[in-house]
Design a protein around this ligand. Structure first.
Ligand code: 7TS
Length: 386
């Protein structure tokens, strides 16, 4: 059966070049980079190079990057590590549309004596900037605001938020898991103190991430033990995966233009044709301020889960809301925060592309969606057709 993968915000294919780069580190080059002997020395240099490549992708100094196990660990390290460094401050600021890696953690921390302010978004999914200054007080330890939303792709005005935060003395964290590798980021010109990266969103394997820590930022380690990562994250380095992330970062840097031109054109055509061929649809999120690879479309009078199952029968992989929350059958917290009508929230479909998608695959999706929507509407109590 033909398959088309359009769920790249959930995870990506590991690039063949990444697999190739990693393989020697499972066999011949298995040393521990901290070891004094030749086996250690052989891999130490490559770990340094991988760190340089990740640093290049966001234009920071390599010493400002630590490797973690995933985006979630980077988020936890940033938030818990900051709270640990400022024990006198008991307030956090985030947004209602964060990934659960941030939102569930912050809400959990409110049970441990912390106060939380959750900023809202407008109907286009854009951050309500006016709320930022009043949300931050002298008691605010950390402001954690995602760079780009995983469900809609909407990009937040991070530097404008940063400018408002700086005068208040709070640490500024951004979960940039969906932005890194898709749009250019430049830490040399930024107000960001901490930035989370996840390998499996940019064609590295699952199980590797990174955290950017601006020089001079106070951060209590989340995992204590050995002296790895200059004492900022203990545990023997996951050398093969670090090499993989380095290679993926190098490729993402090289393919950035393609992502912003060819992939964007594929996404735009896909979205336009679906909207043209299906009635009672809407695009969720500000179409002029989005990641180049993501579209989130709602089909009124149908269930997103049913669309996914029928698409899957045709070999097409997509997502409704976020895979991380879909297990709970709760409608998307992101679309609800945007105030999208209930009947549209339930029929939402996220299609997220990558540099591996082709024109032919886009044609295949365009061909299969309208009959699926017609079929589902025919059996729905509303009796609508596409
Ligand atoms: N932050 C954001 C913005 C994300 O989109 C994800 C994963 C994470 C953190 C977690 O990263 P991980 O490396 O720990 O997996 N997002 C999704 C998604 O949108 N669908 O499935 C996973």
């Amino acid at each position: 059966m033909k398959t088309v993968y359009a769920d790249n915000n959930a995870t990506t294919r590991v690039a063949p070049e990444v697999v190739e780069a990693m393989l020697p580190y499972f066999s011949d080059l298995y040393g521990n980079p901290s070891s004094m002997h030749l086996f250690g020395g052989q891999v130490e240099k490559q770990v340094i190079e991988a760190r340089e490549k990740v640093a290049q992708l966001i234009n920071c100094d390599p010493s400002e990057i630590i490797f973690t196990s995933c985006g979630t660990e980077s988020d936890s390290t940033a938030i818990k590590g900051t709270l640990g460094s400022y024990p006198e401050k008991k307030h956090m600021v985030t947004t209602r549309v964060e990934h659960p890696a941030v939102l569930n953690l912050c809400r959990h921390l409110t049970k441990n004596g912390y106060a939380l302010s959750e900023l809202t978004v407008d109907s286009q999914g854009n951050l309500v900037l006016d709320e930022v200054p009043e949300a931050i007080t002298d008691n605010t330890a950390i402001v954690s605001i995602m760079y780009a939303n995983n469900e809609t792709g909407v990009i937040f005005p991070i530097e404008e938020v940063g400018a408002l935060i700086k005068s208040k003395g709070a640490v500024f964290h951004t979960d940039a898991v969906q932005a890194v590798g898709k749009i250019p980021l430049d830490m040399s010109k930024s107000t960001i103190d901490l930035l989370s990266i996840s390998g499996h969103k940019l064609h590295a394997p699952k199980g590797i991430g990174a955290l950017y820590i601006r020089k001079g930022t106070k951060l209590t380690p989340f995992i204590l033990g050995g002296h790895q990562e200059k004492g900022r994250r203990a545990g023997t380095e996951n050398v093969p995966y670090i090499i993989g992330l380095g290679k993926a970062a190098e490729l993402a840097y090289k393919h950035m233009d393609d992502e912003n031109t060819r992939v964007k054109a594929l996404r735009d055509r896909l979205e336009k044709e679906i909207i043209k061929r299906c009635s009672d649809t809407r695009v969720n999120g500000d179409t002029s301020n989005r990641l180049p690879n993501t579209t989130n479309i709602s089909f009124e009078f149908v269930e997103g889960e049913s669309i996914l199952l029928l698409l899957s029968d045709q070999g097409i992989a997509a997502s409704s809301g976020s895979a991380c929350t879909s297990g709970s059958l709760e409608p998307s917290h992101v679309l609800r925060a945007m105030g999208i009508p209930f009947t549209f929230v339930h029929g939402s479909l996220r299609l997220s592309l990558s540099r591996y998608n082709t024109e032919e695959e886009i044609d295949y999706i365009i061909e299969h969606i309208p009959p699926i929507i017609t079929r589902l509407r025919e059996i729905s109590p509303f009796g609508k057709s596409a």
